[in-house]
Design a protein around this ligand. Structure first.
Ligand SMILES: Nc1ncnc2c1ncn2[C@@H]1O[C@H](COP(=O)(O)OP(=O)(O)O)[C@@H](O)[C@H]1O
Ligand SMILES: [Mg+2]
Length: 284
């Protein structure tokens, strides 16, 4: 089987390459493009070794380069950030290996992996790009100012924080194992999206979803905000509500989340629940 490009690239980078990538990323907080001199100043690497590393990172498409006012400047790519995240989480003992792609979403790619306890894990790598926002009508000027890298890192952080709380309070979400930059590592759940199954236990599944929404809202102060039959994984009666990066505190979103679930169950399983009934139940 052909090696997955990300796993393959992870295996090729060494300690120097990692330091260079980290330094470029750190400098992006103040610089859209990072000049070679800036990187050199922050590292103890010789100019020669820095050149070798930059060239290698460029060949692997982990950075891109352009000339800014005659000076060679660099920018980390999303693949560069993926490699950095996976390598760091491996060194921290969260990821042992990374395998096939198991999900491609609007703003992420999810890989199957394994941890050092021999458990299967899901590795979600956020890649929020301009195209994820195709529906937004933005001028080129505004678009240029959006920091897609920072947004991807923020999404991973938000998802991890939400999974951590809801899981600790007993909600049916994947157990989180760790996060770094744009990556979230969590329990792998062997299930299918609710949208794609026909279950003979609809009441049990419905109750589990609402119980999780309830825990998130009342014990973690979190509203999922993108709840739909696509973001619920089902295996028999067991479920996991996934995809927690778009959460908010907006009470209208709670109504929308519950509305999406109720509409789906009413239609597919002939339920006759009302949004107000469930909303009152959750809000107390
Ligand atoms: N913990 C997990 N276990 C198993 N599969 C998962 C897990 N998390 C995500 N997936 C798979 O990846 C897909 C995309 O994940 P999701 O979190 O919904 O990302 P997106 O925000 O891109 O929609 C899911 O529909 C599911 O098939
Ligand atoms: Mg999703």
């Amino acid at each position: 089987m052909a090696k997955d490009p990300v796993a393959y690239k992870v295996s090729l980078v060494n300690g120097d390459d990692l330091s260079v990538l980290k330094t470029i990323l750190r400098l992006h907080s103040n610089h859209e493009m990072v000049q070679r001199g800036l990187v050199q100043r922050l590292l103890t690497l010789s100019p020669n070794l820095l050149n070798i590393s930059l060239e290698k990172l460029y060949q692997l498409h982990l950075i891109r380069k352009t000339n800014v006012r005659g000076r060679e400047s660099f920018r980390i790519t999303f693949t560069g950030m993926d490699v950095l995240s996976i390598k760091e989480l491996s060194m921290r003992g969260v990821i042992k290996s990374i395998g096939e792609v198991i999900g491609v979403g609007k703003e992420s790619i999810v890989y199957l992996g394994e941890n050092f306890n021999g458990e299967k894990i899901a590795i979600k790598l956020y890649t929020i790009k301009r195209t994820s926002f195709r529906n937004f009508r933005k001028t080129r000027e505004i678009e240029k100012k959006i920091d897609w890298i920072a947004m991807s890192i923020q999404s991973a952080k938000t998802e991890y924080r939400n999974l951590e709380c809801v899981s600790r309070k007993g909600g049916k979400v994947p157990k989180p194992y760790g996060h770094y930059l744009n990556a979230v590592v969590m329990e792998y759940f062997n299930g299918k999206e609710l949208q794609r199954v026909f279950t003979n236990k609809p009441s049990e599944i419905f109750d589990e979803i609402i119980a999780t929404v309830n825990i998130a809202y009342n014990e973690c102060n979190v509203i999922h905000s993108d709840l739909s039959p696509y973001n619920v994984l089902v295996n028999g009666e067991d479920i996991r509500v996934i995809d927690w990066s778009n959460s908010s505190h907006d009470r209208l979103k709670l109504e929308k989340d519950i509305g999406n679930i109720i509409t789906y169950f009413n239609k597919k399983y002939n339920f006759s629940k009302s949004v107000t009934e469930i909303l009152d139940l959750v809000r107390g």
